[in-house]
Write a protein that binds this ligand. Structure first.
Ligand code: SAM
Length: 615
């Protein structure tokens, strides 16, 4: 079977079984043609099918080519008129001959269709077709600070891209084929680029210098705001590892405390392999301990190995309803089949056929709702009740993950996120968690909006007040991202829970307040670099060079290469070390300038505030 027959069969197979176009193609073990080719042809032809239907019907060539079905005619005419290399069949192939015979007629109908849409060029028509499908989703790229800097990537991977100020411009200019980027104003080191550029072929992608990660998916690690004094950080549901490597990138900038590790759990052994690969490529393998095939729910929070876990990132399996690109295949419009009699003017019978066909199409059963889990597995849900039951089961699992995380003795912050749009998996879980015994006993609460890191505090899309039972503070603490709202993000949800004191646990003694030495007021004692002093080593001042040698991972750098003078927004001493106040917080250059009266402006620099959490 040719590429065209196989693609036509997939596009015209009954839709009542549900499932995305991608899964229908990639899950079809009988395909002879390369799935990527079938997918590209199916998607592009569907996009153009409303116009091509007009071209095929008006040229009336189907009446002369009885062996062509309506679906085949759209696919072949698409490639004839729009594919760079034309129809992908040998010149003598029957299907190719049948269509190319009518090339002049088809081309002139295509010109008429373009003029009817008032498009002066084919480029303009392409833009109109794209615009009809809604704004293009940008390609989000996170620069991996373990391996590179934004400046370095602008000079290499993005050389030749035009810089525009907003993501809206990236989306608008994408439709006319321009290669543009913009630096994100919310998440540090994040770039939005024109879709359609294949970054997986770049050196930066292959070496882990850049990571393709939707903006919203960068929210959890950024909101968790991991720091050296947080001790070990758990990523409870890690594969494929986007957030694990993001945590490592943030900690790398701040400097890992001695022995500080990211503990990455992944229940699915197969997915754990992907995680291992990603962590290695991103250069974070030395600071990450992977637990392949390990169920986070089976861990004992009070086990000695977890006594220094101060922060947890929870990104459990969910309905995946916010993911972009799974169910957004454009409709495949079909021309009316050739009538039995050849006639230039549609007669009553043709008109009746047309109406009957349209009705048939209208009456086709609407696809059953489908849920896709993180591994891309589909669950076809026969009824709204089945959807409800599935969401309730997911929410119950998500709540158990969250309550388990609340039980870690030294834990002081936890983020909970999903790529679901359903409140039951999001605000619903938050409300149940806040009412739980473990939350009340241990003093967990939400990290309020005004306490969050700058980018998250300023992000405008927040939780649903109604789903938070009218509690505006909790809703404000919840961060949402909405697919299709013009901000170029997927549907997403994240919230951070915190505990103000670690001393409020019943029976918690000196040993339970984390790995660092604290002063009489409970504040972590740090050296002049801001590095906390470890109880276990008894070292009062951490010897940085010794640590680099010992662990090969500790570096104290912040925003290197990002600021105008290459050393970030913080004040540094003569040896380049960050200057901190008595509370261990880095001192902003802007604050220093303001104090000396040199600059009254409030500069809006990424990471200029640490936000959120005080010792
Ligand atoms: C949404 S995905 C995580 C995506 C990941 N955080 C990232 O950003 O790349 C959820 C993952 O959690 C894993 N998972 C589900 N339940 C788990 C459990 N109880 N313990 C550990 N991993 C689990 C799933 O196999 C899946 O790989």
């Amino acid at each position: 079977m040719s590429l065209y027959h196989e693609t036509a069969a997939i596009l015209t197979s009954p839709s009542s079984h549900g499932g995305s176009l991608k899964s229908k193609i990639y899950g079809n073990k009988d395909l002879k043609s390369p799935p990527a080719q079938v997918y590209a042809l199916a998607l592009e032809s569907s996009k153009w099918s409303a116009i091509l239907k007009e071209v095929v019907e008006n040229s009336q060539f189907l009446q002369e080519e009885r062996k062509l079905t309506p679906a085949l005619s759209i696919l072949l005419v698409h490639d004839l008129l729009l594919a760079k290399k034309g129809i992908a069949l040998p010149a003598s192939h029957g299907l190719r001959v049948a269509v190319e015979k009518h090339k002049a007629r088809l081309q002139s109908e295509f010109v008429r269709a373009r003029i009817r849409r008032k498009c002066p060029t084919v480029e303009a028509l392409k833009a109109a077709v794209d615009a009809e499908l809604g704004p293009a989703h940008p390609r989000w790229i996170r620069v991996n600070t373990l391996k590179s800097t934004v400046d370095e990537q602008l000079d290499t991977t993005f050389k030749g891209f035009e810089m525009v100020p907003t993501v809206q411009e990236v989306m608008a200019l994408a439709s006319i084929g321009k290669k543009v980027i913009c630096l994100d104003g919310y998440v540090p080191h994040l770039i939005a680029a024109s879709p359609g550029v294949d970054f997986t072929k770049t050196e930066a992608y292959k070496t882990g210098a850049i990571i393709l990660q939707d903006k919203a998916s960068c929210f959890p690690a950024y909101l968790l705001d991991p720091r050296p004094e947080d001790g070990d950080i758990i990523d409870a549901c890690s594969a494929p590892g986007n957030k694990t490597t993001h945590l490592a990138g943030i900690l790398h900038e701040r400097g890992f405390a001695p022995g500080q590790r990211i503990l990455a759990f992944e229940k699915d052994k197969q997915r754990a392999k992907t995680l291992e690969k990603m962590v290695k490529t991103a250069g974070s393998d030395k600071v990450t301990v992977i637990h392949p095939g390990a169920d986070f729910l089976q861990t004992d929070p009070s086990a000695p190995g977890f006594q220094h876990v101060g922060a947890l990132l929870l990104d459990p399996s969910c309905s995946g309803s916010g993911i972009v690109g799974r169910d957004d295949t454009p409709e495949f419009h079909l021309p009316s089949p050739a009538p039995l009699t050849l006639s230039k003017q549609p007669n009553r019978k043709n008109a009746k056929d047309k109406t009957r066909n349209n009705l048939k199409r209208k009456r086709a059963p609407s696809p059953a709702p489908v849920l896709l889990d993180d591994a891309g597995n589909e669950t076809v849900l026969a009824s709204p009740q089945a959807l409800h039951a599935r969401l309730a089961a997911l929410a119950s699992f998500q709540l158990s993950i969250l309550l388990h995380a609340f039980a870690f003795p030294a834990a002081r912050k936890v983020t909970y996120s999903t790529c679901s749009v359903h409140a039951v998996e999001n605000e619903g879980v938050v409300m149940l968690a806040l009412k739980s015994d473990v939350s009340r006993e241990r003093g967990w609460r939400v990290l309020r909006r005004e306490e969050q890191v700058r980018g998250m505090r300023e992000w405008p899309v927040r939780g649903e007040v109604e789903a938070c039972e009218g509690n505006g503070e909790v809703a404000g603490a919840c961060v949402r991202a909405s697919r299709g709202d013009g901000r170029g993000v997927m549907g997403f949800f994240v919230v951070c829970f915190v505990r103000d004191a670690v001393f409020n646990d019943a029976g918690a003694g000196d040993e339970d307040d984390g790995p660092f030495v604290r002063d009489g007021q409970g504040r972590i004692v740090r050296d002049e670099n801001g590095i906390p002093t470890l109880k276990s080593t008894g070292r009062e001042v951490v010897d940085l060079e010794g640590l680099v040698e010992e662990y090969g991972v500790v570096e104290v750098k912040f925003g290197e290469g990002e600021g105008t003078d290459g050393d970030g927004p913080f004040e540094r001493d003569a040896e380049g070390r960050i200057v901190r106040g008595p509370d261990g917080m880095p001192r902003l250059k802007a604050a220093q300038e303001e104090a000396s009266g040199e600059d009254e402006e409030d500069e809006d620099t990424d990471n200029e505030e640490w936000g959120g959490f005080d010792d």
